[in-house]
Design a protein around this ligand. Structure first.
Ligand code: ATP
Ligand code: MG
Length: 404
């Protein structure tokens, strides 16, 4: 038996096919724990051989977490015999479909239907006829299975293509996107909230491997927040083939300094400017190609266009990506649930900003006012000290989190 893994071929315009397929294969091997040799590159798809008695479920699970995969099916494939007639070809396909049905029955399925896709229009037997003939053979050979065209427990799909015959049971949908790593590595600003893990997931989907940066303000934010962030990192790492790093920097002294300066309404914007400058240092040291954040537009005072501009102004040479720009909170929550970060994100630990935020934060900050407020503050020294104290944790594919 084979698992046929298909990617979205539209994504491949531009002649990078070979590289893309090799990376997809490598990533799938890493996430499924299979040696690469078990994943064969066939035209337009990858094929994983499932050994006799091997459960395909864990492999399919890995497939659903491999970016770049459009969908996958468990089944068999036969090359076409060029000069054989339709009858002879169907006679070869039929026993294969019966075998799949038998396996489904062994797995507890009781109803089925056959669907045929006749991509080879020269094939002399129509698709409805193929379905009904093969369906009849299955019903005779596997008496536990009854035909149910409306709500079958298993659908056997047959494909008649010019170059091959396929018989497969229902498959799984992949996450789509590009293979992780095809676009380089980005640095995601990971807080304990709902948004930033979702932002990271979308960066992964676009082919960026992701590491994270978390700004910890101990003791204002307790170590349980750090634990929460590391748990989020671990949940995200299930979607990435390579080791994921969480960089932790302390912003305690910076917050103390900013809490003392007189422009109280600018506190949050100034803190975020420090965070971006620190993130830039990490990004440069590690060779990341972009910064990713969970910022949206207009959700909170810190995310007005004016305030985002004040923040972004401190890193003019860095590409800042905000995947959630157009998302409503409800949509973000739905994705967070699906990718396995929501339950952790809603654990009730305050983040630093909710403690530190002024009563009336500026919603229309200007770069000039920020520069005035920062003049004379020892932020460069405090940021250098924070960078010196950088601590890194690592986790791979949902495994344990360790100090790097
Ligand atoms: P989230 O749900 O991701 O916390 P949020 O809606 O609460 O986002 P903010 O707290 O304003 O919004 O933060 C906006 C973004 O800034 C976050 O999504 C995250 O990318 C980054 N960020 C905020 N606080 C931190 C922090 N302590 N460490 C690292 N990144 C942070
Ligand atoms: Mg937050």
């Amino acid at each position: 038996m084979l698992i046929h893994v298909r990617y979205d071929e539209i994504a491949l315009k531009g002649g990078k096919r070979g590289y893309y397929e090799r990376l997809l294969r490598k990533n799938l091997a890493a996430l499924s724990g299979l040696p690469q040799e078990r994943i064969e590159r066939a035209p337009g798809r990858l094929a994983i051989t499932v050994a006799e008695g091997e459960d395909p479920a864990p492999l399919l699970d890995a497939v659903t977490r491999t970016f770049g995969v459009a969908h996958a099916q468990v089944g068999h494939e036969l090359p076409r015999t060029p000069d054989a007639g339709a009858e002879a070809e169907l006679a070869r396909l039929e026993p294969v479909a019966v075998d799949l049905a038998r396996e489904a029955a062994l797995g507890g399925k009781r109803t089925f239907k056959v669907e045929t896709n006749r991509a080879d229009k020269a094939f002399a037997i129509g698709s409805l006829q193929v379905s009904s003939r093969v369906g009849g053979s299955i019903a005779r050979a596997v008496p536990e299975l009854k035909v149910d065209v409306h709500h079958p427990e298993v659908v056997i799909t047959l494909e008649v293509r010019p170059e091959r015959l396929v018989a497969a049971t229902e498959g799984v949908t992949g996450p789509g996107g590009y293979p992780v790593g095809v676009a380089g590595t980005a640095l995601n600003l990971l807080s304990g909230g709902i948004d930033s893990p979702v932002a990271a997931w979308y960066a992964l989907k676009r082919g960026l491997h992701v590491d994270h940066c978390y700004f910890h303000a101990f003791p204002y934010t307790g170590d349980r927040v750090l634990e929460k962030v590391l748990t989020l990192g671990r949940a995200l790492s299930r979607w990435a083939p390579a080791t994921m790093h969480v960089n932790v920097l302390s912003t305690t002294k910076i917050q103390d300094e900013l809490a003392r300066q007189p422009k109280e309404d600018l506190r949050v914007v100034l803190l975020r400017r420090s965070m971006y400058r620190l993130a830039r240092q990490v990004l440069r040291a590690r060779g990341h190609v972009a910064l990713v954040t969970g910022e949206s537009l207009g959700q909170v005072a810190s995310q007005t266009p004016e305030n985002l501009l004040c923040v972004e102004a401190v890193v003019p040479d860095v590409l800042v990506l905000r995947p959630l720009l157009g998302f409503d909170k409800r949509e973000i929550v739905a994705v967070a649930r699906r990718i396995g970060t929501y339950e952790t994100s809603i654990l009730p630990y305050q983040d630093c900003c909710s403690l530190f935020a002024p009563r009336r934060p500026a919603t229309h900050a200007t770069v000039e006012r920020c520069l005035e407020a920062e003049a004379g503050l020892p932020l460069a020294e405090l940021e250098a000290e924070a960078f010196e104290g950088l601590e890194t944790w690592r986790t791979a594919r949902g495994g344990p989190t360790e100090r790097a």
